[in-house]
Write a protein that binds this ligand. Structure first.
Ligand code: ZN
Length: 457
């Protein structure tokens, strides 16, 4: 059965290939006479853009060709331009598909990750089948771009950008789009673009807000000029923890495509030295001037100390690929695994389970044994000022009057906040007979190890 399906799918592929070759053969150039190679289509190169406009191109790009700012010159410039998009997620998808549609000659699509179901609400080039099969994002994005525009070239880079490969890859392209979501890669890309003289179109989005600027272009500052030092790792949040609205990240990715087109064609006023801030909730765009290039910048200044790529993960104290930082601040005796907690629940022993997520997350899902909800914010209030902690304190004192110390477990989404909460509770209840432990790996571990039907988000 599998063989038959395989053969059918091969047949389908051949059919599409034949169709594509027929189209190529029927194509006649409007501006230049092609040589045999250009229309034979025996290699993929022949099907790809050489920057010249053929009859079909004129029809395809007509709506932007008639813009006087673009015209034939601008369209041909786009066809000669190569763009590297680092990150094929919420920013990279809209940027890539608009650039493919606009006729950029060569797109490099780089991502080390595979498609997951939780990507689909914003990463619009991937589909449900990709999530089921864990298709590499760069492969899926390239497939969608080629479907839209077969004449362009897509280079697929299924890899993590690192100090070892970044310069080699960046040097192969004219313009670089930073569509990543972590600080280590931002510094790495910044330095690689400064060292190779490439403009870096940088975007970011979180919750309902987004921002965009262009580094290292026409005398504009680089990322290091603005942020010489990385923020503390624990201060960095991402959309996996904080959430993001799909169209908000789409707005910024689309703006990145506009900026690339402006740079490639030399039109308009690119956002170099200026920062666009978009607030989706207010529906407001603001544009602010950012501080200029710094003479003492470590990489683009007058006497740079960074002349080669460095180790960015240790510089930032955070991994480039690690979307979920994992803390480990408790003694093993202060921790219980999800499976051990499940066995404890089965034993029917009395206990408290404190969930430290925000109420919106409890509405999504929670354990049936949850007795209290004390969001992490409550722990930062001055002692005695949190009504939720006061209630918990009263309950704990009331229930722990027996001979046996009261078991109190703390759970969160992934097992980081729960550890910090255990530390706080330990000092709050130092005079009460209570054993406080966190559930290692939180609800994610519960879903993986105990109840696979328990939803994770
Ligand atoms: Zn700089």
């Amino acid at each position: 059965m599998a063989d038959v399906e395989d053969l059918l799918s091969q047949l389908q592929e051949k059919d599409s290939e034949i169709q594509r070759l027929r189209e190529l053969l029927s194509r006649r150039p409007a501006c230049v006479e092609p040589n045999d190679d250009e229309i034979a289509g025996h290699s993929s190169e022949a099907a790809e853009s050489d920057g010249r406009l053929y009859k079909d191109d004129i029809a395809r790009y007509s709506r932007q060709l008639i813009l006087p700012e673009i015209g034939v010159k601008g369209q041909e410039a786009l066809g000669r331009t190569s763009v590297l998009i680092v990150g094929c997620g919420g920013l990279g998808c809209p940027a890539a598909i608009y650039l493919a549609g606009a006729g950029v000659g060569r797109l490099g699509l780089l991502d080390h990750d595979a498609v997951e179901l939780n990507n689909l609400h914003r990463q619009i080039l991937h589909g449900e089948a990709d999530a089921e099969m864990n298709t590499p994002k760069a492969v899926s994005a390239a497939r969608s771009c080629k479907k839209l525009n077969v004449r362009m070239t897509c280079d697929v880079h299924c890899m993590m950008l690192s100090s070892r490969n970044a310069l080699d890859i960046v040097c192969q392209y004219d313009i670089v789009v930073d569509a990543t979501d972590n600080v280590a890669t931002r510094y790495l890309l910044n330095d690689a673009c400064v060292l190779s003289g490439r403009p870096l179109v940088s975007g970011g989005a979180l919750r309902f807000e987004g921002q965009l600027t262009i580094y290292n272009y026409q005398g504009s500052p680089c990322y290091r000029c603005l942020y010489p030092l990385p923020p503390p790792a624990q201060m960095v949040t991402n959309c996996s923890d904080a959430g993001v609205l799909g169209p908000v990240v789409g707005v910024i990715g689309s703006l990145q495509a506009v900026e690339v087109i402006k740079i490639a064609t030399g039109i308009g006023r690119p956002f170099a030295g200026r920062l666009v801030l978009y607030d989706g909730l207010d529906g407001m765009f603001r544009c602010v001037k950012i501080r200029g290039k710094q003479q003492n910048c470590a990489v683009c200044g007058d006497s740079p100390t960074i002349t080669n790529l460095i180790d960015y993960e240790s510089f930032c104290g955070a991994s480039a690929g690690d979307k979920c930082r994992s803390l480990n601040v408790l003694h093993p005796s202060e921790r219980i695994s999800a499976s051990e907690y499940a066995a404890f629940v089965k034993s029917g022993k009395a206990h408290f389970l404190v969930d430290v997520r925000v109420p919106a997350e409890l509405e999504i899902t929670k354990l049936a044994t949850t007795t209290h909800n004390v969001p992490m914010d409550e722990f930062t209030k001055p002692e005695g000022c949190s009504s939720l902690l006061n209630v918990l304190g009263e309950d704990v004192r009331e229930r722990s009057s027996g001979d046996e110390p009261l078991p109190l477990f703390v759970v969160c989404r992934r097992g980081n906040d729960s550890q910090l909460a255990v530390q706080k509770l330990r000092s709050l209840f130092f005079d009460v007979p209570v054993v406080i432990q966190d559930v290692v790996g939180g609800l994610t571990a519960w879903s993986n190890d105990v109840d696979t039907n328990f939803p994770i988000y």
